[in-house]
Design a protein around this ligand. Structure first.
Ligand code: SIN
Length: 522
């Protein structure tokens, strides 16, 4: 058994930031299922929203977040996040993160613009913001003596005792084909999102909803899983697996055009290309279906080559790799699953309804994103909640470790057949893509539910009698996520934000969360 004050599961911005704070006065086990760098944070291009300009205000950032969230945000939480943002950004800068400065004034940050923002307020490191942040955080974590990092350690399930206290997690060590018990006073789920539940996604392969699925199985309340955000502009190219063309490109003036070359966003919103993401993704979906086409174009040829190479070096180079010169060619793009606005329900300090269990970042539902997340608010949410969880969890440090004598994991790692169910994996992702995507209907939801119920039962039976492998852990988790999405979507009898159902096209007058696994303790 491995014992520490904190067990942090996940190595994106939320998990790494919490680890660094917790390690000031405690021992931390940081586990991650692949390498430390494998997280959605590392791939983030856009940046972090924060009020920095004298012509901007907290009030406007709050308002933009609420408008984007389509009536479902928790205003109090949004206000707290926005007002704490500058302090958290300064901490990142002090750790060594370098955000791009203005070319003509090195004392000021070059603030970017993205959809739904009324002001320029996105701090960025060219178009490799996540890469810069992730590398700096990893560097600091690796030199901290109080943090022990366990790479290639996927968590399988949480350990919950009879008093509904989380005491740790069962973790699979593939090298030894062994299940280890990690015990801790405080357990934090910072495992990112679940967009791999869909056939096409901007996310890295690790985004299989492990934190949400483990929390659900443990009895935690899960909120608003129907709100899956599709990023409007992923590169359309069979070889360019999940490559995003940042919303910042539209912030710098890129125009969306049909294959025939016509601009179309003016039909859908007065904000055109800079409307909130749900509106832009739905507009593209409609254009594609009406014209029976596979992609639309993103046109930034109005900008000079030197500007594009400096502002978007990563996107520029990637497009060139595929024969697209963005200074003179339009970029073929399609929407793809990008971010889960729902997740493990938490309170203002990141607490779940299970004692000693916290959730933060994309794994959680804090109330900040409501029915549609505002661009570049996610990295911000990660660092704000790392701080909140840290401060709140200090209270539990004086408690004793739970007695784990009677706990042994019910599944075994040593059985013979380690088949990987590729058919099921593919079927879940295709079903989610075809029936649980941008435009839904009652018929599609019923079809999805039937298929997912069968898959869930087969996969869970298979999990019980087969050897544990990382693939099987992930398969069990993505079927759980697909099940949560369809169950949440069926409960919502309206269209709001990212959930659009043609059979209930109107928004109801009162905004309500969809909660699965409700317990009165929360
Ligand atoms: C992007 O660069 O477009 C992604 C930013 C985000 O998801 O907030």
């Amino acid at each position: 058994m491995i014992k520490s004050d904190y067990l942090i599961i996940g190595s994106g911005i939320a998990g790494l930031s919490l680890a660094l704070k917790a390690a000031q006065n405690s021992t931390v086990s940081l586990i991650t299922k692949k390498k430390l760098f494998d997280s959605s944070t590392g791939k983030a291009q856009g940046g972090i929203a924060c009020v920095m300009d004298k012509h901007d205000s907290f009030k406007e950032h709050v308002q933009d977040t609420l408008v984007s969230g389509a009536g479902l945000c928790n205003k109090n939480m949004v206000k707290k996040m926005v007002s704490e943002a500058p302090a958290r950004l300064n901490e990142l800068i002090n750790l060594g993160v370098k955000f791009t400065k203005k070319e003509n004034n090195q004392d000021e940050f070059d603030l970017g613009l993205e959809g739904g923002h009324s002001k320029r307020r996105i701090l960025h490191a060219a178009d490799l913001t996540g890469n810069e942040i992730e590398n700096v955080l990893i560097k600091n974590v690796l030199k901290n003596k109080n943090i022990t990092v366990f790479e290639n350690h996927p968590a399988i399930d949480l350990i919950i005792n009879k008093d509904n206290i989380c005491a740790g997690a069962y973790v699979f060590i593939s090298k030894k084909n062994y299940i280890e018990t990690f015990q801790a006073k405080i357990v934090a789920l910072a495992c990112g999102g679940a967009s791999k539940t869909y056939l096409y996604t901007s996310n890295p392969d690790v985004a299989t909803g492990d934190g949400i699925a483990m929390a659900y199985r443990a009895g935690a309340a899960i909120a608003n899983m129907e709100f899956v955000q599709f990023h409007p502009t992923c590169l359309y190219n069979k070889e360019a697996k999940s490559f995003l063309i940042s919303e910042a490109v539209r912030g710098e003036g890129a125009i969306l055009r049909s294959k025939g070359g016509n601009q179309f966003m003016d039909k859908y919103s007065t904000k055109k290309e800079l409307a909130p993401r749900d509106i832009v993704a739905r507009a593209i979906d409609r254009e594609l279906k009406t014209r029976r086409e596979d992609y639309v174009y993103l046109d930034i040829t109005s900008k000079s080559r030197s500007f594009l190479m400096k502002r978007f070096p990563n996107i520029y180079a990637k497009c060139l790799e595929y024969g697209i010169d963005m200074a003179k060619d339009m970029i073929p793009v399609i929407p793809a699953a990008h971010f889960f606005c729902g997740g493990v329900k938490i309170d203002v300090n990141g607490r779940t309804n299970i004692k000693n269990l916290y959730a933060l970042g994309e794994t959680s539902y804090s109330g900040i994103h409501g029915a549609n997340r505002l661009a570049s608010n996610s990295l911000l949410e990660g660092i704000v909640y790392a701080d909140r969880v840290y401060n709140d969890s200090l209270y539990y440090l004086n408690e004793k470790y739970c007695n784990l004598k009677d706990f042994s994991y019910k599944y075994k790692s040593s059985k013979k057949n380690a088949l990987i169910y590729m058919q099921e994996w593919e079927e879940i992702r295709r079903t989610s893509w075809n029936y649980l995507s941008i435009v839904r209907s009652n018929e599609k939801l019923i079809k999805a539910k039937k298929r997912i119920d069968i898959l869930k039962s087969e996969i869970n039976t298979f999990f019980e009698c087969s050897s544990i492998t990382i693939e099987n852990i992930e398969l069990r988790n993505i079927v759980c996520i697909a099940d949560l999405i369809v169950n949440s979507a069926m409960q919502r009898k309206e269209s709001r934000g990212l959930h659009y159902n043609i059979d209930y096209p109107k928004m109801l007058p009162t905004a309500k969360d969809t909660i699965l696994n409700i317990r009165d303790t929360f």
